[in-house]
Design a protein around this ligand. Structure first.
Ligand SMILES: Nc1ncnc2c1ncn2[C@@H]1O[C@H](COP(=O)(O)OP(=O)(O)OP(=O)(O)O)[C@@H](O)[C@H]1O
Ligand SMILES: [Mg+2]
Length: 442
């Protein structure tokens, strides 16, 4: 549409009453860039969000930001932010097929993953922060995790990072899992880390050779050769084992995990295995979010628990990325350059358990770093009063009567007005001093 940075107005529609004047929101006049869209299923939340995104995409941002349109990160709980959905909503004045960058998370076939152990910068302190964030993710999966388990994870991760950095790479969850396995075996056998790793390596080779032997691909001669190799390997293992026993079986005393309790280590094993099995933290990341595009993290195929975990990981990492990449001369921008779109406020609420939870951190601090949010939800009962107050634009669509009480309480709207709102047609818009019943996008 070729709008420019001078007039970041979002047109919402016309007043239902009076002369039907048009209603727009000036992004620059907002206290923060948090928009809430509340309404029952089918009332038009996603439709309205798409229109707002389309208009926001028409604004060329500050040239210091590369003149790009805003970057959207859509947490796709439902598959309704594809290009076709924008077209069907008539919200494609600025959005084109290339505007959408889909990141598909799937247990079986998706090719995208996030490495939660990848520090956000090269700064040495970033690794420390990443470990703490990882511990927070573990708490989402296992709310009852104890302080000893947390200490072990910290110590083990410190070690995994330093070992992987010697190999010139960043660890992922599989490295953590392997280290835990190694510690468990080492503690059980009384052998040190070197011995345990060497044994693990030999054992792996042995398994591969056994597999080849049993597969039946080799002919008789090949089988004899394989059998010989297998025997050699076993002999090598026996020799190696004897050497370690001769040298000292109490090497483990010198290792950082020497005083770890093997039972507790086994519980970590289960916890980390639970993060590996779903696949979305360990599979190579072929698709990455792109600045200036609508990045849709399609998580709709995942179970609710994993959607919650992904929300937690995404909110944490997107917000922190925004903090570390915002130069000091770009602080406090008039208009957000990055928006998180979460069309399910329940998940936001699950990420707002305490003051340090990611949703609360974002609500409290992201305006300064140019981050905004577009959040949808079925009713006010799905969010806390604190969270409800934090949004500077509230678009109240048609509600179920059961949600009237919370809506009245949170937003001070009287019931007569709530009854006037019509699904797919109108909404009550509250922002600053504005309180209007609006016929949407007419
Ligand atoms: N203002 C509108 N004008 C025309 N069509 C609309 C309007 N609002 C919604 N619709 C259409 O109504 C249908 C339902 O709307 P939408 O998907 O936005 O509902 P929703 O509130 O997001 O529901 P859910 O909670 O189930 O996600 C869609 O096909 C949408 O295109
Ligand atoms: Mg919807």
């Amino acid at each position: 549409m070729g709008s420019n940075y001078d007039s970041p107005m979002i047109y919402l529609g016309r007043k239902e009453l009076g002369g039907g004047e048009s209603i727009s929101i000036n992004l620059e006049e907002l206290e923060n860039q948090f928009w809430l869209f509340l309404g029952k299923s089918g009332s038009g939340k996603s439709h309205t969000v798409r229109h707002v995104m389309d208009q926001m995409s028409g604004y060329q941002l500050d040239p210091r930001n590369g003149g790009l349109p805003p970057t959207f990160h859509v947490i796709g709980y439902h598959p309704d932010f594809g290009y076709d959905h924008f077209v069907n909503s008539g919200a494609c004045r600025n959005i084109v097929p290339e505007s959408i960058n889909r990141l598909d998370f799937d247990y079986m076939e998706g090719d995208t993953s996030i490495n939660p152990l990848q520090p956000l910068t090269d700064d040495p302190s970033a690794q420390f922060a990443t470990i703490e964030d990882f511990i927070a993710y573990c708490k989402v999966v296992h709310p009852g995790i104890g302080s000893v388990q947390i200490k072990y994870i910290r110590d083990i991760l410190d070690n995994v990072y330093s070992r992987c950095s010697k190999e010139g790479r960043c660890p992922d969850v599989t490295d953590l899992f392997n280290e835990i396995q190694m510690i468990k075996k080492s503690l059980k056998s009384g052998l040190g880390v070197e011995a345990t790793r060497a044994m693990q390596k030999l054992r792996k080779e042995q398994i591969e050779k056994e597999k080849a032997y049993k597969s039946g691909d080799a002919d008789t001669k090949g089988k004899e050769k394989l059998e010989g190799e297998l025997n050699d390997l076993v002999a090598e293992m026996v020799d190696e084992f004897a050497t370690y026993i001769k040298q000292n079986t109490i090497w483990v005393k010198d290792e950082y995990y020497a005083d770890f309790d093997v039972g507790t280590v086994s519980t970590l094993d289960v916890l980390v295995a639970g993060l590996i099995r779903p696949n979305f933290f360990t599979r190579g990341c072929r698709t990455r979010p792109v600045q200036g595009l609508i990045n849709v993290y399609d998580v709709h195929k995942l179970g609710e628990r994993h959607q919650e975990l992904m929300t937690h990981v995404l909110l944490t990492r997107l917000y922190k990325r925004c903090i570390v990449t915002t130069p000091s001369n770009m602080l406090n921008p008039a208009v957000a350059h990055t928006y998180i779109v979460a069309d399910e406020v329940r998940y936001m609420n699950a990420c707002a358990r305490d003051l340090m939870s990611p949703a609360n951190l974002i609500m409290g601090g992201s305006r300064k770093f140019g981050m905004g949010m577009l959040v949808g939800g079925q009713g006010a009962d799905q969010l806390s009063a604190d969270m409800a107050r934090a949004f500077s634009v509230k678009i109240i669509l048609d509600q179920n009567e059961a949600a009237y009480n919370d809506t009245k309480k949170f937003f001070r709207i009287n019931e007569a007005i709530l009854r006037k709102i019509v699904s797919k047609r109108s909404a009550y818009v509250k922002s600053g001093s504005m309180s209007e019943l609006v016929n949407l996008f007419v």
